[in-house]
Design a protein. Structure first.
Length: 322
């Protein structure tokens, strides 16, 4: 290039806006997000993007985000994991236990941050909470006392609940067996009986309507979240009180929920994504348990069921739907 051409090129570059120059000189990093169900994508996409932006990571600028949601179908989650790994992302965000399981089978080198995951140590995802080791770290949606709290809520319902059916899908909630042990221990103290009630499709959900005594406890299972409508319909037909894993059930007619704030988990996950993209190792970032819990109660549903909730339970509710 001669001197005249060089000066012409410099003049052209000087006339470009800084944002255009940045696009020409910056290579965007790539984040792959795998969720078990689209419900998470609706809840988390905007919040995650906003949280990442506070750390300087912006879509259409220096970050590309590939979103994939399995619609509550475990086989679909596996297919989407293949797709994301093939895109060679710089980092992965796994929402839900099945997402972590499928991604960790496919890579031991790409960093994985998880959120809304139960007991990652006993599931073998990390060595321990303080020092996860490997390429995986993140944020759990559960701590030990939470299971007892769910059962305790049902014991504060009048007429008395003495039997509790534990609803989950074994394929999308492989941690359920771990939770059941905790629930059985809490049940002995609370003088109630717990009984597994596994579901795997709409037909098995509908069969819950035949239960005519006791109450329901729906575990934090993405299959249940994706199938809220038929699940709520079956429980309404059974005419029994129920405790749910997320607030959305209460907004749509469920009696009670006690849960972590999933949106807050995603905001915290954005901080880990930022640190890893800037050079931190997942092995050095401790897994964090939830710090914020929300109790929601639907009094309209309580009236329809003909049940009364204890004043102490109502007094501790973060939100009461009337």
């Amino acid at each position: 290039m001669n001197r005249r051409d060089c000066l012409a090129l410099l003049g052209t570059l000087a006339a470009w806006p800084p944002s255009v120059l940045a696009q020409q000189t910056t290579t965007a990093r790539r984040l792959g997000v795998l969720s078990v169900t689209s419900a998470d994508e609706v809840i988390g996409r905007t919040g995650l993007a906003e949280a990442l932006a506070t750390h300087g990571w912006k879509e259409q600028d220096n970050l590309e985000i590939d979103w994939r949601s399995g619609g509550g179908d475990r086989a679909r989650v596996a297919q989407l994991a293949d797709d994301l790994i093939a895109r060679k992302p710089d980092i992965l965000l796994a929402l839900g236990t099945p997402s972590v399981e499928e991604l960790r089978r496919r890579t031991t080198t790409i960093p994985i941050v998880f959120a809304v995951v139960t007991d990652p140590v006993r599931q073998g995802f990390v060595q321990n909470l303080a020092h996860p080791g490997g390429n995986i770290t993140g944020f759990t949606d559960y701590d030990g006392p939470l299971a007892g709290k769910w059962l305790e809520m049902l014991t504060q319902v009048t007429p008395k609940v003495s039997r509790v059916f534990i609803v989950y899908n074994p394929a999308t909630a492989p941690f359920a067996t771990l939770m059941l042990h905790t629930l059985e221990e809490a049940a002995r103290t609370l003088h109630v009986t717990v009984e597994p009630a596994p579901v795997h499709d709409v037909a098995s959900i509908a069969a819950l309507a035949s239960r005519n005594e006791g109450g329901f406890l729906v575990l934090p299972d993405f299959f249940a979240i994706a199938n809220r409508a038929p699940l709520l319909a079956a429980i309404e037909q059974a005419h029994l009180p129920a405790v749910f894993c997320i607030r959305a059930f209460v907004d749509e007619g469920g009696l009670m929920s006690y849960s972590t704030d999933s949106a807050e988990q995603l905001r915290r996950a954005a901080g880990y994504i930022d640190r890893i993209l800037k050079g931190a190792r997942p092995a050095d970032l401790p897994v964090q348990n939830p710090t914020k819990f929300e109790l929601a109660i639907n009094l309209k549903t309580a009236k329809a069921l003909g049940v009364t909730l204890s004043p102490s339970l109502l007094a501790t509710a973060n939100d009461v739907v009337e």
